[in-house]
Design a protein around this ligand. Structure first.
Ligand code: PMP
Length: 397
């Protein structure tokens, strides 16, 4: 059957995400590989109550086909929340509800990318975005991600040289996946100014912004500033990922329409039961307090992992110190391949995600991603100890 596969699919190869999840599912292995939120972040009792409420309140509508853009009242609620928090002026038509932010990424590819069109991405970037965009056979233009944000010189050079080919800029400025890095306010302002000069659509992916457990939130790069920008939000990390509810926020209503049209072709509309459920949940519960509990939990887990890394990792391994989100990014000495070490680590009983799949065309990267949200303090200490011992052997000299 292989000869029947589409060109784009044939290039995709085996999904790295599923390989990781398979390794991570082994009960004998301590997994820092997945990107799973802690189940304690699922407000189960409140959702159970909302489940009954919405059936009583809305009847068959919660089970019926619905509007492609999403539930009007839910979109209005989200718009008002952004207005209150960020001083923008949105209404329901500025929001499209998607099946997680992952579907939004697919929609952007569908709407904008012909084979060979350019997408500017961070180096490294979210591997799930590559999977979504790859279906449309783009050309990627990676720009190095530094500790303070995008490399400004490289960004300018890339856009000067390839600005006419680049249609989308895909950025994750807050607690980035995979690095945990956050762009500073100064860096964001520069990125905004540079993007203003080009006919590029900015996708500002923000699944982790609410998971800030230290420091203060810098302003968005696109929202309120760029005419062709969209912000991707999601309930995956602050309520439940299994419900698959994300959303596109854009001040550009033409862009919102394009995304809705693309969404209609793939799924007709996003799960309407989940939208009613989340709306009822948000209206009847103290969500900011719930988010604060998640922040407190993740701060503790992150510190636990960093303390263990400080204790057990060799000195020639460096790592990020995130102020939020779910990931820490470690850099091994030059020439040490994290992907080659993966089977050894798994044999010792601990797994991570090697850096390779987060880059375009990089093999044997000396980087790896560690997730701290889904393991107990004991498991974090034990797993990092095992990993540290292995790294001391492998990174010596
Ligand atoms: N973008 C980024 C950067 C992510 O890390 C993830 C989830 N791992 C997603 C998008 C997709 O999230 P969801 O579809 O659950 O909203």
């Amino acid at each position: 059957m292989k000869e029947l596969l589409s060109k784009a699919y044939a290039k995709t190869g085996e999904s790295f995400i599923s390989t990781i999840l398979t390794a991570a599912a082994d009960p004998n292995v301590i997994s820092f590989a997945g990107g799973l939120p802690n189940p304690a972040s699922f407000p189960m009792e409140a959702l159970k109550e909302s489940c009954n409420n919405i059936i009583d309140k809305y009847g068959s509508a919660v089970f019926q086909y619905a509007k492609t853009e999403g539930l009007q009242a839910f979109r209005q609620y989200l718009a008002e929340d952004y207005n209150k928090t960020y001083g923008v002026n949105l209404d329901a038509d500025n929001i499209v509800v998607t099946t997680g932010s992952q579907q939004a990424l697919d929609c952007f590819g569908k709407v904008f990318i012909n084979e060979g069109d350019g997408i500017l991405v961070e180096k490294p970037s979210y591997l799930g975005a590559f999977q979504a965009f790859d279906q449309y056979c783009p050309e990627y233009y990676p720009v190095t991600l530094n500790d303070d944000g995008l490399d400004i010189e490289e960004l300018e050079e890339t856009l000067e040289k390839y600005g006419d080919k680049i249609k989308l800029a895909y950025l994750i400025p807050e607690f980035q996946n995979p690095t945990g890095l956050t762009y500073t306010e100064e860096n964001r302002a520069k990125v905004t100014e540079i993007l203003k000069k080009y006919n590029v659509v900015l996708i500002e992916d923000d699944p982790y912004g609410q998971l800030r457990f230290e420091g203060t939130k810098p302003p968005y790069i696109g929202l309120g500033k760029l005419p062709q920008a969209a912000l991707l939000g999601t309930f995956s990390k602050v309520a439940t990922p299994g419900m698959r509810v994300g959303y596109v926020v854009t001040e550009n209503k033409e862009l919102a329409k394009y995304i809705a049209m693309a969404l209609e072709a793939t799924s007709l509309h996003t799960n309407i039961f989940s939208q009613y459920l989340l709306l009822d949940y948000l209206q009847n519960n103290d969500q900011p307090a719930h988010v604060k509990d998640i922040q407190d939990l993740y701060r503790q887990q992150c510190h636990c992992m960093l303390d263990a890394m400080d204790k057990y990792f060799p000195e020639n391994v460096t790592y990020t110190r995130p102020e939020g989100g779910m990931f820490i990014w470690a850099t091994l000495p030059e020439g040490v391949s994290a992907i080659k070490l993966f089977p050894k680590a798994a044999e010792k009983g601990v797994v991570y995600v090697p850096g390779d799949p987060f880059y375009v065309g990089v093999h044997d990267a000396n980087t790896l991603r560690l997730n701290f949200t889904n393991a107990s303090p004991e498991a974090i200490d034990k797993g990092i100890h095992l990993l540290g011992d292995m790294l001391k052997e492998e990174c010596a000299g």
